[in-house]
Design a protein around this ligand. Structure first.
Ligand SMILES: [Zn+2]
Length: 306
């Protein structure tokens, strides 16, 4: 078995999957009002697995289990207690592993567990206290490790206070950790993606990169923001880089797909990320199997980084 670190060291370009949550929505799944896709491994296990298989068959080297919105402090608002929350996280990993077993018998596909800054119902009043947040991320990270993940991805790291709790918990498992940062541009300045305070992106980076990690990247950010955000990240991070922006926009309570970039145009953008040194690219919200398939077909298998 070739490890992810060996693939990175060899300079291979790795393809990350596309979105799970918005793809569930696109296929008609009913989303939870508080936890969005966070309970779909139980309510929609077949669709969850089918999406993983579609991404693997499209060429993804890394698939991300559907645990983005499944931290215990989020699921609590959906009526799920901590023990069931751990069970759901393990189930999300099991569905991803089963998809690999079925669809990637002849090649290495890595399963990532996701922890994120998602807040229940997207309400500010569902932000956890420090004690609850730290305990919740620890419990989720342990469940993802028990679920046999090859790596953990901290997604939508967007602020200097809560996001680092998720990263610290992920790193404590001893698994490889990828740090996925989200940015916006306001008045020409790159800022952390969150809306409840204006933190310069550099402040978010300093807080989120303090724990180390195997790779860091920009994800769940507008395509227009990717270049300045990657440049800011590169100024503070020497390790491998990844990139998976979103396309379209969120309009409570659903993702709008009417202005999603075409797969052809997205390949051009992704070449730009490789040119900036990214070694792994994929898609976040709005980007589906057709985007990933064209990345796999069109991008070089070796990068320019390192
Ligand atoms: Zn996203």
């Amino acid at each position: 078995m070739t490890t992810l670190q060996e693939r990175l060291d060899a300079g291979d370009v790795l393809i990350i999957d596309g979105a799970m949550g918005t793809e569930l929505e696109r296929r008609g799944a009913e989303m939870d009002g508080a936890a969005w896709a966070g309970t779909a491994m139980k309510s929609q296990p077949e669709m969850n697995g089918a999406i993983h298989r579609d991404f693997i068959e499209a060429g993804a080297d890394i698939i991300i289990a559907n645990t983005y919105a499944s931290a215990p402090h989020v699921l609590r608002h959906a009526g799920v207690d901590e023990s069931e929350a751990r069970e759901l996280n393990r189930l999300g990993c099991a569905i991803a592993h089963e998809a690999v077993r079925v669809s990637a018998a002849d090649r290495e596909v890595y399963v990532a567990g996701s922890l994120s800054s998602f807040r229940a119902g997207l309400h500010l009043d569902t932000l956890p206290s420090e004690a609850e947040g730290r305990a919740s991320y620890r419990a989720q990270a342990e469940a993802l490790a028990e679920g046999g993940c090859d790596l953990l991805i901290a997604e939508m790291m967007l602020d200097p206070v809560i996001s680092p709790w998720a990263i610290e918990a992920a790193v404590a498992t001893g698994l490889p950790v990828w740090i996925g940062l989200s940015a916006r541009v306001t008045d020409g300045r790159v800022m952390g993606f969150h809306q409840y305070a204006d933190d310069p992106f550099e402040t978010v980076l300093d807080a989120c990169l303090a724990f180390g990690g195997q790779a860091a990247g920009i994800m769940h950010s507008d395509i227009d923001v990717m270049a300045p955000a990657l440049a800011a990240l590169k100024a503070r991070w020497d390790g491998p880089l990844f990139a998976y922006p979103h396309s379209g926009h969120f309009e409570m309570p659903h993702w709008r797909f009417d202005c999603v970039i075409t797969p052809e145009d997205y390949v051009t953008k992704a070449r730009g990320y490789l040119g900036m040194g990214a070694q792994a690219v994929g898609g976040c919200c709005g980007l589906g199997p057709e985007h990933i398939r064209l990345l796999k077909q069109k991008l070089p298998t070796r990068g320019t980084a390192k």
